[in-house]
Design a binder for this molecule. Structure first.
Ligand code: SAH
Ligand code: SF4
Length: 369
């Protein structure tokens, strides 16, 4: 087993470790400052710690759980960051810049889309992440480490965090909650809970559990079908929790939280894009006081699903808007990448398999991108 990552320790756990190591308590604040605020790239760079403590830390911990290996895209559109994990698995995060011209007036924030698992067990028929099945959960240091690494690599703060990368965050709830503590903690990443959106394909019991969580995190539901018949056809998990149960859980959520739920709805030609579906979706959204985010389907290599024409997508949106629902639709090309999570990892892992890669020493040096 690899050493645990320092970025997986809560401030309390670090205090316990320091006490057991016979170190004074004030060292905790110094270490946290180095890791989370100054974002050092090596334990040895924590220059106000005695050498003996640095050595002890370095023999007990890795600094971080994610190794940045590749960036694609450009700073003025969208970048994908590829990370390698200790077991040679890959995950990715997608960094979406503040760009009102591309992403709409309200988007004046830098958003990072993070992964919560390697692969996904839910096998939605349209989704690249679901194609290869499930490998494993990410732990808290691997989840929070993606944000820390993105900030370290770019030298800029992430303002907004969405759990819309690879994996189903609510199927990894314990690690997710630990990661949220690191992400929102004052001494760690210190991002406001309101700037976190958890996206789920609809795990009803976990939605209820998260509703009881005291922080005002946001929720997005990958609905993609307004009727049981459609959801059943494209999302195997729907067998377990039909729309009526999902709606109950979301009403419970609404009773606990202030922020509006977002219903994500991919438009797939001939599957869920009939205008009657828009009418049913509008009814659902009004009942839940939810906004709707329409996403024209992004083609996935190996799958035959198609996106409707732009004009049909607009017509679908108009039905929602005429029914009084806040609905957004992004047709610009720049939007493609944030729905394409999962594909980069697949390419990289098959590349490694071809090359017979075994050396752990190809780590990219941290640099500003
Ligand atoms: N498992 C969670 C978190 C992943 S979010 C969830 O499903 O909500 C990833 C989002 O991208 C989901 O809304 C998913 O439905 C959507 N998505 C997957 N494949 C897509 C594709 N080919 N085109 C557009 N959106 C896609
Ligand atoms: Fe998993 Fe979400 Fe993709 Fe479904 S849409 S396979 S739940 S990542």
């Amino acid at each position: 087993m690899p050493l645990p990552a320092l970025t997986g320790l809560t401030p309390d756990a670090l205090a316990v470790w320091l006490e057991a190591a016979g170190e004074p308590a004030f060292r905790a604040a110094q270490i946290l400052e180095w890791v989370w605020k100054k974002k050092v790239s090596a334990i040895n760079a924590m220059t106000n710690l005695p050498v003996a403590l640095r050595d002890n830390l370095a023999s007990s911990f890795r600094l971080t759980a994610v190794e940045h290996t590749l960036t694609t895209g450009s700073p003025d559109s969208t970048r994908k960051l590829l990370f390698r994990l200790h077991d040679r698995r890959y995950i990715e995060s997608v960094l979406i810049p503040a760009n009102p011209a591309l992403y709409g007036e309200k988007s004046d924030r830098r958003t990072l889309c993070v992964s919560s698992q390697v692969g996904c067990a839910f096998g939605c028929k349209f989704c690249a992440s679901g194609l290869l099945g499930f490998t494993r959960n990410l732990d808290a240091s691997e989840i929070a480490g993606q944000i820390l690494a993105a900030e370290q690599l770019t030298g800029e703060r992430v303002d907004n965090l969405v759990f819309m990368g690879m994996g189903e965050p609510l199927a990894n709830l314990n690690h997710l909650l630990n990661a949220i503590a690191l992400i929102t903690g004052e001494k760690t990443l210190n991002l406001g809970a309101r700037h976190l959106t958890i996206s789920t394909s609809g795990l009803v019991p976990q939605i209820r559990q998260l509703a009881n969580h005291p922080q005002q995190i946001r929720l997005a539901i990958s609905l993609h079908g307004a009727t049981d018949a459609v959801r059943q056809q494209i999302m195997p998990l729907h067998q377990k929790w039909p729309i009526a149960e999902l709606v109950d859980a979301l009403e419970f959520w609404n009773s606990k939280k202030n922020q509006k739920i977002t219903l994500e709805y991919i438009l797939i030609q001939g599957i869920n894009d009939a205008l009657e579906h828009a009418t049913i979706l509008a009814r659902l959204a009004r009942r839940l006081h939810a906004k709707v985010n329409l996403i024209p389907y992004n083609l996935v290599l190996g799958l035959t699903w198609q996106r409707p024409s732009d004009s049909h997508c607009r017509a679908f949106r108009d039905v929602l808007q005429h029914a009084g629902v806040t609905a957004t639709l992004r047709l610009e090309k720049g939007g493609d990448i944030d729905a394409a999570c999962g594909q980069l990892r697949l390419q990289q892992e098959s590349h490694d398999a071809h090359m017979g890669a075994s050396s752990p020493d190809t780590r990219a040096k941290p640099h500003h991108i």
